[in-house]
Design a protein around this ligand. Structure first.
Ligand code: NAP
Ligand code: F7E
Length: 332
């Protein structure tokens, strides 16, 4: 049987690397799009590039329409996964137009290219729980109204509807995975889980004295990226294209995440103070501090997703829990 061909935009990111590994295991030929950068940005996929003849990298950028068209014409993919994004919510307050160009128009450019070149190419859009923003629904699902709180979230809402519209108007197999936060040892260093794990490890080994964070009371539904890329692939193998929430349906605060990681490192934290003066003490010394610098003008305070639809229709549920996640982040 002929191998399927996948094209991944955002291959050098956390999810792109795990998805590549999964597709290669499933006998795909995988083509990934990397951006030109002054320093090497392929460390998450270098092991694949050097070891696997079915893995290929190409230069491109989702802000460059012609590079998208040329790549699709050359590679002739069966499936396109659009994971490319300026994915940091706080940064989207500082570079909103760039974020919208990549995260909103980038998706539209790929969808339009599929429409022009070959409408049989399947499309996956990396949608996000940030689209729900601040909501009064305790548990969010596919029917929850969007109320995004950042240009990142707004751009993802645009891409969500562009994907749905190309499905309805142009009969393209185009799906949204509405993914809640998912982490791993490959997570970017400025996201809060990786920052906490790296920061506390450095404190434990004496390489650093303190860790400075923002909103400790923000609540997230954190899963493992390996589980979540499996959901992406499953979504693309369905008979009909549709939209699915992918989550763990469990939630904890940033502060609780700090405590769980600290406990595994045998760091006994005592909290004192309130608001910006709240500090976490270890052996009488403040090791966790709070700074305004890491707060967002508007934050999403509370997220917890229901994956009921994904479980029922694609047979997906999370396998890796928060304990596994923290151990994997600490040990790799
Ligand atoms: P990530 O680690 O930040 O990876 C983003 C990828 O997009 C990187 O490969 C990056 O390239 C690439 N990229 C950025 N701008 C680009 C451009 N203009 N053209 C082409 N590629 C570009 O993000 P992730 O955690 O793997 O997430 C994957 C996708 O899922 C993103 O779209 C994100 O917004 C979305 N998402 C993530 C989560 C989560 O919790 N992780 C949840 C919901 C949705 P460089 O390596 O060169 O920077
Ligand atoms: O923040 C709070 C912060 O940056 C989580 C992206 O993958 O998931 C991610 O977006 C929470 C926020 O992730 C710090 O205010 C406190 O409330 O790790 P984060 P995020 O904003 O939830 C969604 C689903 C995506 O789609 C995005 O692409 O933690 N927080 N102190 C902090 N956050 C950071 N980054 N740094 C701090 O020091």
């Amino acid at each position: 049987m002929k191998s399927k061909v996948a094209l991944i935009f955002g291959v050098t990111g956390q999810d792109g690397s795990y998805l590549s590994e999964l597709l290669l295991k499933n006998k795909y030929k995988v083509h990934g799009v990397k951006r030109r950068s002054s320093l090497i940005n392929t460390k998450r996929v270098d092991h694949l590039f050097y070891d696997n003849k079915n893995f290929h990298l190409h230069y491109g950028d989702v802000t460059d329409t012609l590079s998208i068209i040329n790549l699709i014409k050359k590679i002739k993919p069966d499936e396109i996964y659009n994971l490319a994004a300026q994915s940091h919510v706080k940064v989207s307050f500082e570079i909103p137009l760039y974020t919208a160009d990549v995260d909103a128009l980038g998706s539209l450019r790929i969808l339009e290219a599929i429409k022009l070149i070959d409408k049989k190419i399947k499309y996956y859009q990396a949608s996000s729980s940030e689209m729900f923003g601040n909501t009064d629904k305790k548990i969010q699902d596919e029917k929850t109204k969007f109320n995004p709180q950042s240009v990142y979230g707004i751009s993802k809402v645009f891409s969500f509807y562009a994907t749905k519209n190309y499905r309805d108007a142009h009969d393209i197999f185009a799906c949204n995975g509405i993914l809640f936060n998912h982490e791993s040892s490959r997570r970017g260093e400025t996201f809060v889980t990786k920052k906490i794990v790296d920061g506390l490890k450095k404190i434990k080994s004496g390489k650093s004295k303190k860790l400075v964070l923002g909103n400790l009371y923000s609540i997230r539904d954190w899963g493992h990226a390996k589980d979540f890329v499996y959901a992406m692939w499953k979504i693309m193998q369905m008979k009909k294209s549709d939209d699915y929430v992918i989550s763990t349906n469990k939630q904890i605060s940033v502060k609780k995440f700090v405590e769980l990681v600290a406990k595994k490192l045998d760091i006994d934290i005592k909290w004192r103070g309130k608001g910006l003066n709240e500090k976490g003490y270890y052996k009488g010394r403040p090791i966790i501090e709070v700074s305004k610098k890491y707060f967002r003008p508007t934050d999403v305070n509370y997220l917890r997703g229901s994956y009921k639809k994904a479980k029922k229709l694609i047979g997906w549920k999370p396998k890796l829990d928060i304990n596994y996640l923290i151990d994997e982040m600490l040990n790799n």
